[in-house]
Design a binder for this molecule. Structure first.
Ligand code: VG1
Ligand code: CO
Length: 543
Protein backbone atom coordinates (compact mmCIF):
# COMPACT_ATOMS: atom_id res chain seq x y z
CA UNK A 1 0.00 0.00 0.00
CA UNK A 2 1.14 3.50 -0.73
CA UNK A 3 1.20 5.42 2.48
CA UNK A 4 2.75 8.81 2.22
CA UNK A 5 4.15 10.84 5.07
CA UNK A 6 3.66 14.44 4.05
CA UNK A 7 5.67 17.25 5.63
CA UNK A 8 3.51 20.14 6.82
CA UNK A 9 3.62 23.45 8.65
CA UNK A 10 1.44 24.07 11.69
CA UNK A 11 -1.44 26.56 11.66
CA UNK A 12 -1.81 28.65 14.79
CA UNK A 13 -5.61 28.90 14.82
CA UNK A 14 -6.81 25.32 15.30
CA UNK A 15 -8.15 25.73 18.82
CA UNK A 16 -11.48 23.89 19.16
CA UNK A 17 -14.29 26.08 20.52
CA UNK A 18 -17.54 25.21 22.29
CA UNK A 19 -18.11 22.34 19.87
CA UNK A 20 -15.07 21.48 17.77
CA UNK A 21 -13.12 23.47 15.22
CA UNK A 22 -15.28 25.77 13.10
CA UNK A 23 -14.01 27.96 10.30
CA UNK A 24 -15.10 29.26 6.92
CA UNK A 25 -14.81 26.68 4.13
CA UNK A 26 -11.94 28.58 2.40
CA UNK A 27 -9.96 28.33 5.64
CA UNK A 28 -10.44 24.56 5.66
CA UNK A 29 -9.45 24.46 1.98
CA UNK A 30 -6.01 25.92 2.63
CA UNK A 31 -3.21 23.44 1.90
CA UNK A 32 -3.07 20.76 4.62
CA UNK A 33 -5.44 22.64 6.95
CA UNK A 34 -7.91 19.78 7.40
CA UNK A 35 -5.12 17.18 7.24
CA UNK A 36 -3.19 18.91 10.04
CA UNK A 37 -6.19 18.92 12.33
CA UNK A 38 -7.14 15.31 11.61
CA UNK A 39 -3.56 14.14 12.18
CA UNK A 40 -3.52 16.14 15.43
CA UNK A 41 -6.64 14.24 16.51
CA UNK A 42 -5.09 10.88 15.60
CA UNK A 43 -1.82 11.75 17.35
CA UNK A 44 -3.61 12.90 20.51
CA UNK A 45 -6.06 10.04 20.92
CA UNK A 46 -3.46 7.35 20.16
CA UNK A 47 -5.95 4.62 19.26
CA UNK A 48 -4.61 1.05 19.17
CA UNK A 49 -3.87 -0.37 15.73
CA UNK A 50 -7.01 -1.79 14.13
CA UNK A 51 -9.41 0.45 16.08
CA UNK A 52 -12.82 1.36 14.67
CA UNK A 53 -14.06 4.90 14.09
CA UNK A 54 -17.43 6.39 13.15
CA UNK A 55 -17.46 9.12 10.50
CA UNK A 56 -20.25 11.30 9.15
CA UNK A 57 -21.54 14.82 8.96
CA UNK A 58 -24.48 17.10 8.38
CA UNK A 59 -24.08 17.06 4.60
CA UNK A 60 -22.97 20.65 4.25
CA UNK A 61 -20.61 21.88 1.54
CA UNK A 62 -17.17 20.18 1.82
CA UNK A 63 -18.61 17.21 3.78
CA UNK A 64 -17.92 14.70 1.02
CA UNK A 65 -14.42 15.91 0.20
CA UNK A 66 -13.48 15.95 3.88
CA UNK A 67 -14.77 12.40 4.35
CA UNK A 68 -12.57 11.08 1.52
CA UNK A 69 -9.51 12.77 3.03
CA UNK A 70 -10.26 11.48 6.53
CA UNK A 71 -10.84 7.91 5.29
CA UNK A 72 -7.46 7.89 3.52
CA UNK A 73 -5.76 9.32 6.59
CA UNK A 74 -7.45 6.80 8.89
CA UNK A 75 -6.19 3.95 6.67
CA UNK A 76 -2.68 5.38 6.74
CA UNK A 77 -2.81 5.78 10.52
CA UNK A 78 -3.57 2.12 11.22
CA UNK A 79 -7.31 2.16 11.84
CA UNK A 80 -8.97 -1.18 11.10
CA UNK A 81 -12.45 -0.03 10.24
CA UNK A 82 -14.55 3.09 9.71
CA UNK A 83 -18.34 3.13 9.87
CA UNK A 84 -19.53 5.93 7.63
CA UNK A 85 -23.11 7.06 7.08
CA UNK A 86 -24.47 6.63 3.56
CA UNK A 87 -23.86 9.78 1.52
CA UNK A 88 -21.51 10.89 4.30
CA UNK A 89 -24.57 11.67 6.40
CA UNK A 90 -24.88 11.19 10.15
CA UNK A 91 -26.71 13.59 12.41
CA UNK A 92 -24.75 14.45 15.54
CA UNK A 93 -27.01 12.41 17.85
CA UNK A 94 -27.02 9.50 15.38
CA UNK A 95 -23.21 9.53 15.32
CA UNK A 96 -23.22 9.40 19.10
CA UNK A 97 -25.72 6.52 18.99
CA UNK A 98 -23.60 4.53 16.50
CA UNK A 99 -20.38 5.04 18.49
CA UNK A 100 -22.10 3.66 21.59
CA UNK A 101 -24.01 0.84 19.92
CA UNK A 102 -20.97 -0.59 18.13
CA UNK A 103 -18.59 0.33 20.94
CA UNK A 104 -16.15 2.01 18.59
CA UNK A 105 -13.02 3.78 19.74
CA UNK A 106 -14.59 7.14 18.86
CA UNK A 107 -15.89 9.15 15.95
CA UNK A 108 -15.33 12.21 13.84
CA UNK A 109 -18.32 14.46 13.17
CA UNK A 110 -18.27 17.03 10.40
CA UNK A 111 -20.58 19.90 11.17
CA UNK A 112 -20.84 23.57 11.91
CA UNK A 113 -24.27 22.92 13.39
CA UNK A 114 -26.60 25.90 13.04
CA UNK A 115 -24.18 28.05 11.03
CA UNK A 116 -24.90 28.54 7.30
CA UNK A 117 -23.20 26.26 4.78
CA UNK A 118 -21.79 26.78 1.29
CA UNK A 119 -18.49 27.55 -0.47
CA UNK A 120 -17.90 30.71 1.57
CA UNK A 121 -19.82 29.70 4.70
CA UNK A 122 -18.94 27.51 7.65
CA UNK A 123 -17.50 24.03 8.07
CA UNK A 124 -16.52 22.21 11.22
CA UNK A 125 -14.99 19.07 12.64
CA UNK A 126 -14.95 17.53 16.08
CA UNK A 127 -13.87 14.35 17.78
CA UNK A 128 -16.18 12.29 19.99
CA UNK A 129 -14.85 9.72 22.43
CA UNK A 130 -15.90 6.13 23.02
CA UNK A 131 -18.78 7.22 25.27
CA UNK A 132 -20.26 8.90 22.18
CA UNK A 133 -19.80 12.38 23.57
CA UNK A 134 -17.72 15.37 22.55
CA UNK A 135 -14.12 15.04 23.68
CA UNK A 136 -13.47 16.64 27.05
CA UNK A 137 -11.45 19.84 27.33
CA UNK A 138 -8.38 17.82 28.28
CA UNK A 139 -8.53 16.04 24.92
CA UNK A 140 -9.35 19.15 22.86
CA UNK A 141 -6.47 20.98 24.54
CA UNK A 142 -4.14 18.12 23.60
CA UNK A 143 -5.35 18.25 19.98
CA UNK A 144 -4.76 21.99 19.90
CA UNK A 145 -1.28 21.62 21.39
CA UNK A 146 -0.45 18.98 18.79
CA UNK A 147 -1.73 21.20 15.96
CA UNK A 148 0.75 23.89 16.95
CA UNK A 149 3.80 21.69 16.50
CA UNK A 150 2.69 19.22 13.84
CA UNK A 151 5.37 18.51 11.24
CA UNK A 152 3.87 15.73 9.11
CA UNK A 153 0.72 13.76 8.44
CA UNK A 154 0.00 10.34 6.97
CA UNK A 155 -2.32 9.62 4.08
CA UNK A 156 -2.65 6.83 1.55
CA UNK A 157 -3.01 7.18 -2.18
CA UNK A 158 -6.19 5.45 -3.18
CA UNK A 159 -9.29 6.06 -5.24
CA UNK A 160 -12.27 7.68 -3.53
CA UNK A 161 -14.68 5.33 -1.77
CA UNK A 162 -18.26 5.19 -3.08
CA UNK A 163 -20.41 6.55 -0.26
CA UNK A 164 -23.84 6.24 -1.82
CA UNK A 165 -24.47 2.49 -1.55
CA UNK A 166 -24.60 0.45 1.63
CA UNK A 167 -21.84 -2.12 1.85
CA UNK A 168 -18.32 -2.89 2.83
CA UNK A 169 -15.20 -1.76 0.97
CA UNK A 170 -11.52 -2.11 1.56
CA UNK A 171 -9.33 0.95 1.51
CA UNK A 172 -5.68 -0.05 1.58
CA UNK A 173 -6.32 -2.74 4.16
CA UNK A 174 -8.86 -0.76 6.21
CA UNK A 175 -12.51 -1.73 6.06
CA UNK A 176 -15.00 1.01 5.19
CA UNK A 177 -18.55 0.08 6.02
CA UNK A 178 -21.22 2.37 4.60
CA UNK A 179 -24.16 2.14 7.01
CA UNK A 180 -27.75 3.31 6.91
CA UNK A 181 -27.52 6.59 8.83
CA UNK A 182 -31.09 6.37 10.16
CA UNK A 183 -31.90 2.83 11.27
CA UNK A 184 -29.79 2.47 14.45
CA UNK A 185 -31.01 5.84 15.65
CA UNK A 186 -34.66 5.13 14.82
CA UNK A 187 -34.50 1.82 16.72
CA UNK A 188 -33.13 3.63 19.76
CA UNK A 189 -36.02 6.11 19.61
CA UNK A 190 -38.54 3.25 19.43
CA UNK A 191 -37.00 1.77 22.56
CA UNK A 192 -37.51 5.01 24.54
CA UNK A 193 -40.95 6.26 23.53
CA UNK A 194 -44.45 4.88 23.26
CA UNK A 195 -44.73 4.77 19.48
CA UNK A 196 -48.15 3.11 19.64
CA UNK A 197 -49.56 5.97 21.70
CA UNK A 198 -48.04 8.58 19.38
CA UNK A 199 -49.37 6.70 16.36
CA UNK A 200 -52.85 6.73 17.89
CA UNK A 201 -52.57 10.46 18.63
CA UNK A 202 -51.64 11.21 15.02
CA UNK A 203 -54.30 8.89 13.66
CA UNK A 204 -56.87 10.77 15.75
CA UNK A 205 -56.34 13.98 13.79
CA UNK A 206 -53.58 15.62 15.84
CA UNK A 207 -51.59 17.55 13.23
CA UNK A 208 -47.86 18.14 13.34
CA UNK A 209 -45.39 20.10 11.23
CA UNK A 210 -41.66 19.43 11.41
CA UNK A 211 -39.18 21.72 9.66
CA UNK A 212 -35.89 19.98 8.88
CA UNK A 213 -34.57 23.29 7.48
CA UNK A 214 -32.94 21.52 4.48
CA UNK A 215 -30.54 20.00 6.98
CA UNK A 216 -29.53 16.58 8.22
CA UNK A 217 -32.65 15.63 10.14
CA UNK A 218 -34.86 15.44 7.04
CA UNK A 219 -34.28 11.71 6.38
CA UNK A 220 -34.55 10.91 10.10
CA UNK A 221 -37.81 12.83 10.53
CA UNK A 222 -39.33 11.35 7.37
CA UNK A 223 -38.48 7.81 8.47
CA UNK A 224 -39.66 8.22 12.05
CA UNK A 225 -42.53 10.72 11.93
CA UNK A 226 -44.08 9.93 8.57
CA UNK A 227 -42.86 6.34 8.22
CA UNK A 228 -42.98 4.67 11.63
CA UNK A 229 -45.52 6.97 13.29
CA UNK A 230 -47.86 7.60 10.37
CA UNK A 231 -47.89 11.40 10.36
CA UNK A 232 -49.58 12.74 7.23
CA UNK A 233 -47.36 13.01 4.16
CA UNK A 234 -45.87 16.50 4.11
CA UNK A 235 -45.72 16.74 7.89
CA UNK A 236 -41.96 16.98 7.43
CA UNK A 237 -40.95 20.00 5.36
CA UNK A 238 -37.58 21.00 3.86
CA UNK A 239 -36.64 17.34 4.26
CA UNK A 240 -33.82 16.98 1.75
CA UNK A 241 -30.40 17.86 3.17
CA UNK A 242 -28.77 20.47 0.93
CA UNK A 243 -25.11 21.53 0.90
CA UNK A 244 -26.11 25.13 1.54
CA UNK A 245 -29.29 24.43 3.54
CA UNK A 246 -31.23 26.17 0.78
CA UNK A 247 -29.32 29.37 1.46
CA UNK A 248 -30.86 29.55 4.94
CA UNK A 249 -29.57 29.63 8.44
CA UNK A 250 -30.33 26.15 9.83
CA UNK A 251 -30.97 27.42 13.34
CA UNK A 252 -34.32 26.46 14.88
CA UNK A 253 -35.47 29.66 16.51
CA UNK A 254 -38.27 32.14 15.91
CA UNK A 255 -36.11 34.25 13.62
CA UNK A 256 -34.54 31.65 11.33
CA UNK A 257 -37.27 29.00 11.24
CA UNK A 258 -39.67 31.61 9.84
CA UNK A 259 -41.42 29.23 7.40
CA UNK A 260 -42.51 27.05 10.28
CA UNK A 261 -43.35 29.99 12.53
CA UNK A 262 -45.68 31.38 9.86
CA UNK A 263 -47.49 28.06 9.66
CA UNK A 264 -47.74 27.64 13.43
CA UNK A 265 -49.05 31.18 13.94
CA UNK A 266 -51.22 31.18 10.79
CA UNK A 267 -54.86 30.33 10.19
CA UNK A 268 -55.59 26.65 10.54
CA UNK A 269 -52.28 26.08 12.34
CA UNK A 270 -51.36 22.49 13.27
CA UNK A 271 -51.35 21.36 16.92
CA UNK A 272 -47.62 20.87 17.22
CA UNK A 273 -44.61 22.26 15.37
CA UNK A 274 -40.91 21.62 15.68
CA UNK A 275 -37.64 22.27 13.90
CA UNK A 276 -34.06 21.11 14.23
CA UNK A 277 -30.71 22.54 13.20
CA UNK A 278 -27.97 21.79 10.67
CA UNK A 279 -26.66 18.69 12.45
CA UNK A 280 -29.92 17.63 14.10
CA UNK A 281 -29.00 18.15 17.73
CA UNK A 282 -31.08 21.27 18.46
CA UNK A 283 -34.85 21.54 18.64
CA UNK A 284 -37.52 24.20 18.77
CA UNK A 285 -40.96 23.26 20.09
CA UNK A 286 -44.10 25.16 19.12
CA UNK A 287 -47.76 24.67 19.88
CA UNK A 288 -50.74 26.14 18.05
CA UNK A 289 -49.81 29.87 18.12
CA UNK A 290 -47.45 29.16 21.00
CA UNK A 291 -43.67 29.04 21.57
CA UNK A 292 -41.98 26.93 24.25
CA UNK A 293 -38.65 28.33 25.43
CA UNK A 294 -35.88 25.72 25.49
CA UNK A 295 -35.36 26.26 29.22
CA UNK A 296 -39.05 25.63 29.90
CA UNK A 297 -38.97 22.62 27.61
CA UNK A 298 -36.19 21.03 29.67
CA UNK A 299 -38.11 21.66 32.89
CA UNK A 300 -41.29 20.29 31.42
CA UNK A 301 -39.69 17.13 30.04
CA UNK A 302 -38.19 16.55 33.47
CA UNK A 303 -41.52 17.04 35.23
CA UNK A 304 -43.28 14.65 32.83
CA UNK A 305 -40.46 12.22 32.15
CA UNK A 306 -42.08 9.18 33.68
CA UNK A 307 -44.82 9.33 31.03
CA UNK A 308 -42.30 7.98 28.49
CA UNK A 309 -41.43 4.28 28.78
CA UNK A 310 -37.67 4.91 28.60
CA UNK A 311 -37.83 7.15 31.67
CA UNK A 312 -40.57 5.50 33.69
CA UNK A 313 -38.19 4.65 36.52
CA UNK A 314 -37.53 8.39 37.01
CA UNK A 315 -34.49 10.56 36.63
CA UNK A 316 -31.13 10.29 38.40
CA UNK A 317 -30.63 14.04 38.13
CA UNK A 318 -30.74 17.01 35.77
CA UNK A 319 -27.95 19.19 34.42
CA UNK A 320 -28.21 22.53 32.67
CA UNK A 321 -25.65 24.95 31.35
CA UNK A 322 -25.11 28.01 33.51
CA UNK A 323 -26.92 30.52 31.24
CA UNK A 324 -29.97 28.22 30.93
CA UNK A 325 -32.88 29.34 33.09
CA UNK A 326 -33.36 27.82 36.50
CA UNK A 327 -36.81 26.44 35.59
CA UNK A 328 -35.36 22.90 35.64
CA UNK A 329 -33.89 23.49 39.11
CA UNK A 330 -37.41 23.91 40.49
CA UNK A 331 -38.49 20.60 39.04
CA UNK A 332 -35.35 18.89 40.36
CA UNK A 333 -36.07 20.30 43.82
CA UNK A 334 -39.66 19.04 43.66
CA UNK A 335 -38.49 15.59 42.54
CA UNK A 336 -35.77 15.64 45.16
CA UNK A 337 -33.03 14.88 42.64
CA UNK A 338 -29.76 16.74 42.10
CA UNK A 339 -29.43 19.57 39.57
CA UNK A 340 -25.99 20.48 38.18
CA UNK A 341 -24.94 23.78 36.63
CA UNK A 342 -22.20 23.38 34.01
CA UNK A 343 -20.43 25.67 31.54
CA UNK A 344 -21.93 26.07 28.07
CA UNK A 345 -21.37 23.16 25.68
CA UNK A 346 -22.43 19.53 25.70
CA UNK A 347 -18.95 18.25 26.53
CA UNK A 348 -19.49 19.14 30.18
CA UNK A 349 -22.48 16.82 30.55
CA UNK A 350 -20.64 13.64 29.53
CA UNK A 351 -18.89 12.94 32.82
CA UNK A 352 -22.13 13.47 34.77
CA UNK A 353 -24.04 11.06 32.52
CA UNK A 354 -21.23 8.48 32.48
CA UNK A 355 -21.18 8.56 36.28
CA UNK A 356 -24.94 8.00 36.39
CA UNK A 357 -25.54 11.30 38.15
CA UNK A 358 -27.90 12.80 35.59
CA UNK A 359 -30.44 11.56 33.06
CA UNK A 360 -31.63 14.78 31.41
CA UNK A 361 -29.50 17.70 30.25
CA UNK A 362 -30.33 20.95 28.54
CA UNK A 363 -29.17 24.30 27.30
CA UNK A 364 -31.05 27.51 26.58
CA UNK A 365 -29.71 27.38 23.01
CA UNK A 366 -32.43 24.96 21.89
CA UNK A 367 -30.56 21.87 23.11
CA UNK A 368 -32.05 19.05 25.14
CA UNK A 369 -30.96 15.48 25.55
CA UNK A 370 -30.51 12.55 27.85
CA UNK A 371 -28.18 9.71 28.70
CA UNK A 372 -29.53 7.64 25.77
CA UNK A 373 -26.62 9.20 23.81
CA UNK A 374 -23.96 11.75 24.73
CA UNK A 375 -25.08 14.61 22.47
CA UNK A 376 -28.11 16.81 22.55
CA UNK A 377 -30.80 15.37 20.36
CA UNK A 378 -33.36 17.35 18.36
CA UNK A 379 -35.68 14.60 17.19
CA UNK A 380 -35.54 12.88 20.58
CA UNK A 381 -36.97 16.06 22.16
CA UNK A 382 -39.74 16.14 19.55
CA UNK A 383 -40.65 12.51 20.23
CA UNK A 384 -40.56 13.10 23.99
CA UNK A 385 -43.02 15.95 23.56
CA UNK A 386 -45.26 13.87 21.32
CA UNK A 387 -45.21 11.07 23.88
CA UNK A 388 -46.26 13.49 26.63
CA UNK A 389 -48.97 15.02 24.42
CA UNK A 390 -50.26 11.55 23.55
CA UNK A 391 -50.63 10.67 27.22
CA UNK A 392 -51.88 13.97 28.60
CA UNK A 393 -54.21 14.75 25.71
CA UNK A 394 -53.93 18.50 26.28
CA UNK A 395 -52.58 21.24 24.04
CA UNK A 396 -48.95 22.33 24.21
CA UNK A 397 -50.05 25.69 25.58
CA UNK A 398 -52.24 24.16 28.30
CA UNK A 399 -49.40 21.90 29.44
CA UNK A 400 -46.94 24.80 29.65
CA UNK A 401 -49.40 27.06 31.48
CA UNK A 402 -50.13 24.35 34.02
CA UNK A 403 -46.41 23.92 34.51
CA UNK A 404 -45.97 27.65 35.22
CA UNK A 405 -48.92 27.63 37.60
CA UNK A 406 -47.29 24.83 39.57
CA UNK A 407 -43.64 25.91 39.52
CA UNK A 408 -43.75 29.61 38.66
CA UNK A 409 -42.45 31.08 35.42
CA UNK A 410 -38.83 31.87 34.64
CA UNK A 411 -39.07 34.64 32.05
CA UNK A 412 -36.11 34.24 29.77
CA UNK A 413 -34.48 35.80 26.72
CA UNK A 414 -31.10 35.90 25.00
CA UNK A 415 -29.73 38.83 23.00
CA UNK A 416 -26.96 38.03 20.50
CA UNK A 417 -24.67 40.70 19.10
CA UNK A 418 -22.95 38.93 16.22
CA UNK A 419 -19.78 39.75 14.26
CA UNK A 420 -18.58 42.47 16.62
CA UNK A 421 -15.01 43.72 16.39
CA UNK A 422 -13.18 41.35 18.76
CA UNK A 423 -11.58 44.19 20.70
CA UNK A 424 -14.90 45.89 21.36
CA UNK A 425 -16.44 42.64 22.63
CA UNK A 426 -13.44 41.92 24.83
CA UNK A 427 -13.68 45.50 26.05
CA UNK A 428 -17.24 44.97 27.27
CA UNK A 429 -16.20 41.84 29.15
CA UNK A 430 -13.14 43.54 30.69
CA UNK A 431 -15.19 46.54 31.73
CA UNK A 432 -17.76 44.29 33.42
CA UNK A 433 -15.06 42.32 35.23
CA UNK A 434 -13.59 45.55 36.53
CA UNK A 435 -17.05 46.58 37.81
CA UNK A 436 -17.79 43.59 40.05
CA UNK A 437 -16.94 45.37 43.31
CA UNK A 438 -18.80 48.55 42.40
CA UNK A 439 -21.89 46.67 41.24
CA UNK A 440 -22.27 44.43 44.24
CA UNK A 441 -24.97 45.82 46.54
CA UNK A 442 -26.07 48.46 44.01
CA UNK A 443 -29.81 48.92 43.51
CA UNK A 444 -31.32 49.41 40.04
CA UNK A 445 -35.03 50.12 40.43
CA UNK A 446 -36.56 47.03 42.02
CA UNK A 447 -33.38 44.98 41.48
CA UNK A 448 -30.38 44.89 43.81
CA UNK A 449 -27.17 43.14 42.83
CA UNK A 450 -26.38 40.34 45.22
CA UNK A 451 -23.20 39.07 43.60
CA UNK A 452 -21.14 39.14 40.41
CA UNK A 453 -18.52 36.71 39.22
CA UNK A 454 -16.94 35.03 36.25
CA UNK A 455 -18.39 31.51 36.34
CA UNK A 456 -15.92 28.78 37.18
CA UNK A 457 -16.79 25.08 37.14
CA UNK A 458 -15.16 22.21 38.92
CA UNK A 459 -16.23 18.92 37.38
CA UNK A 460 -17.53 16.80 40.28
CA UNK A 461 -16.34 13.61 38.59
CA UNK A 462 -12.77 14.32 37.45
CA UNK A 463 -12.18 17.57 39.40
CA UNK A 464 -11.04 19.42 36.25
CA UNK A 465 -11.58 23.17 36.47
CA UNK A 466 -12.95 25.40 33.69
CA UNK A 467 -12.61 29.12 34.36
CA UNK A 468 -14.02 32.31 32.81
CA UNK A 469 -17.19 30.66 31.52
CA UNK A 470 -19.37 33.79 31.58
CA UNK A 471 -20.01 36.84 33.73
CA UNK A 472 -22.94 36.51 36.10
CA UNK A 473 -24.78 39.38 37.71
CA UNK A 474 -27.18 37.84 40.17
CA UNK A 475 -29.85 39.90 41.91
CA UNK A 476 -31.28 39.40 45.38
CA UNK A 477 -34.54 37.95 43.97
CA UNK A 478 -32.66 35.36 41.90
CA UNK A 479 -32.97 37.24 38.61
CA UNK A 480 -29.83 37.08 36.51
CA UNK A 481 -27.99 38.84 33.70
CA UNK A 482 -25.18 36.87 32.06
CA UNK A 483 -22.61 38.05 29.54
CA UNK A 484 -20.65 35.51 27.54
CA UNK A 485 -18.59 35.40 24.37
CA UNK A 486 -19.61 32.71 21.90
CA UNK A 487 -17.20 29.89 21.12
CA UNK A 488 -18.80 28.81 17.85
CA UNK A 489 -18.75 31.94 15.68
CA UNK A 490 -16.38 32.32 12.74
CA UNK A 491 -16.55 36.07 12.21
CA UNK A 492 -15.27 38.58 14.77
CA UNK A 493 -16.83 38.04 18.19
CA UNK A 494 -20.38 37.25 19.20
CA UNK A 495 -21.50 38.62 22.54
CA UNK A 496 -24.45 36.91 24.17
CA UNK A 497 -26.53 38.56 26.89
CA UNK A 498 -28.82 36.18 28.79
CA UNK A 499 -31.68 37.53 30.89
CA UNK A 500 -33.80 35.73 33.42
CA UNK A 501 -36.46 36.83 35.92
CA UNK A 502 -38.55 34.53 38.10
CA UNK A 503 -42.26 35.20 38.57
CA UNK A 504 -44.32 33.21 41.03
CA UNK A 505 -47.50 35.31 40.59
CA UNK A 506 -49.64 33.46 38.06
CA UNK A 507 -51.61 36.59 37.22
CA UNK A 508 -48.42 37.78 35.50
CA UNK A 509 -47.57 34.57 33.65
CA UNK A 510 -49.33 35.69 30.47
CA UNK A 511 -46.92 38.61 30.00
CA UNK A 512 -44.71 38.76 26.96
CA UNK A 513 -41.11 37.87 27.93
CA UNK A 514 -39.69 41.08 26.44
CA UNK A 515 -42.19 43.09 28.48
CA UNK A 516 -41.44 41.18 31.67
CA UNK A 517 -37.70 41.51 31.14
CA UNK A 518 -37.64 45.15 29.97
CA UNK A 519 -36.15 46.49 33.19
CA UNK A 520 -33.41 43.85 33.28
CA UNK A 521 -32.53 44.53 29.64
CA UNK A 522 -32.11 48.23 30.41
CA UNK A 523 -29.86 47.37 33.36
CA UNK A 524 -27.77 45.04 31.17
CA UNK A 525 -27.19 47.78 28.60
CA UNK A 526 -26.38 50.30 31.31
CA UNK A 527 -23.88 48.28 33.33
CA UNK A 528 -22.04 46.93 30.28
CA UNK A 529 -21.90 50.20 28.29
CA UNK A 530 -22.55 47.82 25.40
CA UNK A 531 -23.94 50.39 22.99
CA UNK A 532 -21.09 52.87 23.20
CA UNK A 533 -18.43 50.19 23.38
CA UNK A 534 -19.67 48.23 20.37
CA UNK A 535 -21.53 50.87 18.40
CA UNK A 536 -24.51 48.50 18.15
CA UNK A 537 -27.94 49.79 19.01
CA UNK A 538 -29.79 46.50 18.49
CA UNK A 539 -28.93 42.84 18.86
CA UNK A 540 -28.61 40.71 15.71
CA UNK A 541 -30.98 38.05 17.04
CA UNK A 542 -33.26 37.83 20.06
CA UNK A 543 -34.34 34.39 21.20
C1 VG1 B 1 -23.55 27.66 21.15
C2 VG1 B 1 -24.58 27.53 22.24
C3 VG1 B 1 -24.25 26.35 23.14
C4 VG1 B 1 -24.14 25.08 22.29
C5 VG1 B 1 -23.15 25.30 21.17
C6 VG1 B 1 -23.09 24.13 20.22
O1 VG1 B 1 -22.28 27.90 21.71
O2 VG1 B 1 -24.67 28.72 22.99
O3 VG1 B 1 -25.22 26.23 24.14
O4 VG1 B 1 -23.73 24.00 23.07
O5 VG1 B 1 -23.50 26.45 20.41
O6 VG1 B 1 -24.33 23.88 19.68
P1 VG1 B 1 -21.64 29.37 21.82
O7 VG1 B 1 -20.27 29.16 22.38
O8 VG1 B 1 -21.68 29.95 20.46
O9 VG1 B 1 -22.53 30.14 22.73
V1 VG1 B 1 -24.45 23.17 18.16
O10 VG1 B 1 -25.99 22.86 17.92
O11 VG1 B 1 -23.40 24.14 17.39
O12 VG1 B 1 -23.54 21.71 18.27
CO1 CO C 1 -26.21 21.63 16.33
Amino acid sequence: MTIRTVPTQPYSDQKPGTSGLRKKVPVFQQPNYLENFVQSIFDSIAAPTGATLVLGGDGRYYNRQAIQIILKMAAANGYGKVLVGRGGILSTPAASCVIRKYQTYGGIILSASHNPGGPTEDFGIKYNSSNGGPATETVTEAIYAQSKTIAEYRICDAADVGLDELGSFTLEGMQVEVIDPVSDYAELMESLFDFAAIRALLAGGFRIQFDAMHAVNGPYARDILEGRLGAAAGSVMNAIPLEDFGGGHPDPNLTYAHDLVEIMYGDDAPDFGAASDGDGDRNMILGHHFFVTPSDSLALLAANATLAPGYKQGLAGIARSMPTSAAADRVAAALNIPCYETPTGWKFFGNLMDAGRVTLCGEESFGTGSSHVREKDGLWAVLFWLNILAVRKQSVEAIVREHWAQYGRNFYSRYDYEALPTEAANGVMAYLRASFAALTGTAFGKYTVQMCDDFSYTDPVDASVSRAQGIRIIFTDGSRIIFRLSGTGTEGATLRVYLEAYESDSSRHHLDAQQALAELIAIALQVSELRVRTGREQPTVIT
